[in-house]
Design a protein around this ligand. Sequence first.
Ligand SMILES: Nc1ncnc2c1ncn2[C@@H]1O[C@H](COP(=O)(O)OP(=O)(O)O)[C@@H](O)[C@H]1O
Ligand SMILES: [Mg+2]
Length: 335
Amino acid sequence: MTTTQTPQQSLATLEDRARARPGAYGEHALIACDNLVRIYQSEGIEVQALQGLDLLVDPGEEIAIVGASGSGKSTLLSVLSGLDVPTAGRVRVGPWDLMGMSARERVEYRRSMVGFVWQQTGRNLVPYLSATENVALPQALAGVRSAARRQRAVELLDALGVGYCADRRPGQLSGGEQQRVAIGVALANSPQVLFADEPTGELDSATSVEVFDTLRAANRELGVTVVIVTHDSSVSEHVQRTVEIRDGRTSSEVLRRTHTDEHGAEQVVAEEYAVLDRAGRVQLPADYREALELSGRVRLALETRHVEVWPDRPRPGRHSSTPADGTPQNRQEES
Ligand SMILES: Nc1ncnc2c1ncn2[C@@H]1O[C@H](COP(=O)(O)OP(=O)(O)O)[C@@H](O)[C@H]1O
Ligand SMILES: [Mg+2]
């Protein structure tokens, strides 16, 4: 006879089964954020910076995460770069489970798996070293020999289109050139993922385009997965996929595809999608809500190939034979 399981035991069994289940959430993704929550406590006030955020990024993708100031972008990037631990949820980058790393593993993860570019150009580069020496520095910390690091630095700067800056110090470079050299520093130890937090935040729009082009070159030519975080929504013109976060959660995505028209010309088509999260939540865009005065409660109807969302208008009289708005529910009530 089997013994009765306590609630804890059965919960543990279920969790084991969920983990062992084939096709687990995001198993083929390089980055998998599952229901991430990050709550900050300061002076007795609680701020929910991430509120159940789901995000999957495939190996080799270049994606932008956009959102207003305070929407949780930097919090997400701190978590993904191993600087911060979320309050709840699960997060994995490659083989690394970011919830359960020791301090030593965290250092190793940051040194070998990921690279960063920060908004403040001064935070990315050492001012008294040349561009080549800046790119060689992280390799020295990883134990690469001197000749090899110099060669890699020169090759990387060339690949990123800033080979001509090799012998200059940061003070002799424009803001855009500094950020492009910073991308070289971030890639010095061949990470699988490059994170950039507002990399163009201190640049004008023409220079920003050069930096986005350099990030694209890193993605296409060196195969590194690139995640850019920015409040600049024009970034979506430069990447294949843009994910918007609102109130600490992913809310919509724009995908850009190239397609060839009947005259053989290449055209870029950008399509906007809403994100359906794992709990079944969808955020309706503000202009849709305003246009139909949708608020509080809506009615849903399942059709053969789509779902309808209807306003919950007061109906003119409980027993009226005329449907107020012709929603499917009203039609059902009549029959
Ligand atoms: N260390 C912190 N302590 C308390 N609140 C924080 C901290 N860091 C961020 N926040 C709050 O969390 C929210 C999200 O911040 P952040 O991730 O920096 O947004 P973004 O990068 O999109 O501007 C904001 O309301 C911010 O004030
Ligand atoms: Mg930020």
